[in-house]
Design a protein around this ligand. Structure first.
Ligand code: UFG
Length: 322
């Protein structure tokens, strides 16, 4: 089986490529390396191409007999998406349309999509289940929402089968130390804390201290990237076995506040965070917490690394080396 992985040199993509290779799949990675990194390529064949360019995608499908596509490539910064929405629609929406068009032309009809908890917007009910109303509050989340709508329409009309995976807060690093998180600029909480503890992020701030949560800081559902990767390969296996399309949350079903994460990071590293509070970021909600029961039942998905201790420990091992 030959699997095309877009964004396979990125954070979640690279961990998934590793899992695919371990399970005997042949992998073709396509990445434009705008945010992907050559050092996160752990195998497979790599093609440098830009999904905004239909000709480049067509070439890949002409050269390789692809059985299924895992589509990770996207821009992910919520803040930037407010400032430059056009960039987000062109990168996240247009690329998906181009990819799907070429797939259908080549009769490739199995697709795994990297969606996000951002499709829900401000939660009305916690934990969030997949049938929760979708009301994205930023252009980034809207791009993910729009691709999900397109997938539903294409599957009805053209027999595409897909699994859309709505990630909560991806975190941690490959427990074998080969892969990890390399974003530039880094905006995520756990790497920002660890970079601060390594002396590389002196301006670290806790965004908001008056959320309606027990300690006033925002609560998130952190899921280990290796567990996320596993869910993709399980979803692929279900599609290859002929199952219908599905939409799944991927989280740990456990929430931690920013201050709880800092405390755990201090415990694991033996170092002290200089806590400074800053204003809330635009669009940050008090609590994001998934119900992942459907993913557990439908995929037979078990989380092995998603306790906070393992998430921070594996990320710490990675950041110390990079
Ligand atoms: N935070 C800080 N300081 C930092 C970074 C983050 O206090 O330096 C706080 C944030 O304000 C938030 C929490 O830590 O309360 C987690 O922030 P992240 O940036 O790590 O993650 P988000 O929950 O904001 O975003 C994640 C994904 C997005 C996705 C979103 C779903 O990274 O891609 O969940 O809504 F859109």
């Amino acid at each position: 089986m030959k699997i095309l992985v877009t964004g396979g040199a990125g954070y979640i993509g690279s961990h998934t490529v590793k899992d695919l290779l371990k399970h005997g799949y042949e992998v073709v990675i396509v990445d434009n390396f705008s945010s992907g990194h050559p050092e996160l390529v752990c195998g497979g064949q790599v093609i440098q191409a830009d999904l905004r360019n239909k000709e480049q995608i067509a070439d890949i499908f002409r050269q390789h007999k692809i059985d299924a596509v895992l589509h990770f490539a996207a821009l992910i910064q919520v803040g930037e998406s407010y400032q430059d929405p056009q960039k987000y629609y062109l990168h996240n929406l247009l690329t998906s349309l181009n990819l799907l068009e070429t797939m259908l032309r080549h009769q490739v009809k199995q697709f795994i999509f990297s969606s996000s908890a951002a499709v829900y917007g401000a939660p009305q009910k916690i934990p969030i289940e997949e049938n929760h109303p979708l009301n994205p509050v930023n252009p980034y989340g809207t791009t993910k929402f729009m691709v999900e709508k397109i997938l539903a329409d294409y599957s009805r009309a053209y027999g595409l089968r897909y699994v859309s995976l709505r990630y909560f807060n991806a975190a941690g690093a490959d427990p074998e130390g080969e892969l990890g998180e390399l974003h530039s600029p880094e905006t995520h909480l756990i790497p920002n804390i660890l970079l601060h503890l390594l002396g590389k992020n002196p301006d670290f701030q806790v965004f908001g201290h008056d959320f309606p949560t027990p300690d006033g800081t925002a609560i998130r559902d952190y899921i280990h990237v290796t567990d996320l990767a596993r869910a993709h390969v399980l979803a692929l296996e279900r599609l290859l076995a002929g199952s219908d399309s599905q939409v799944l949350n991927l989280g740990s079903s456990r929430g931690y506040s920013v201050l709880e994460v800092i405390k755990e990071a201090e415990k694991i590293t033996g170092r002290k965070v200089n806590i400074k509070f800053g204003p809330k970021r635009l669009g940050d909600v008090p609590v994001l917490l998934a119900s992942s029961r459907l993913a557990e039942d439908w995929l037979g998905w078990e989380r092995k690394y998603s306790d906070l201790e393992t998430i921070i420990r594996t990320a710490w091992e990675w950041h110390q080396k990079h």
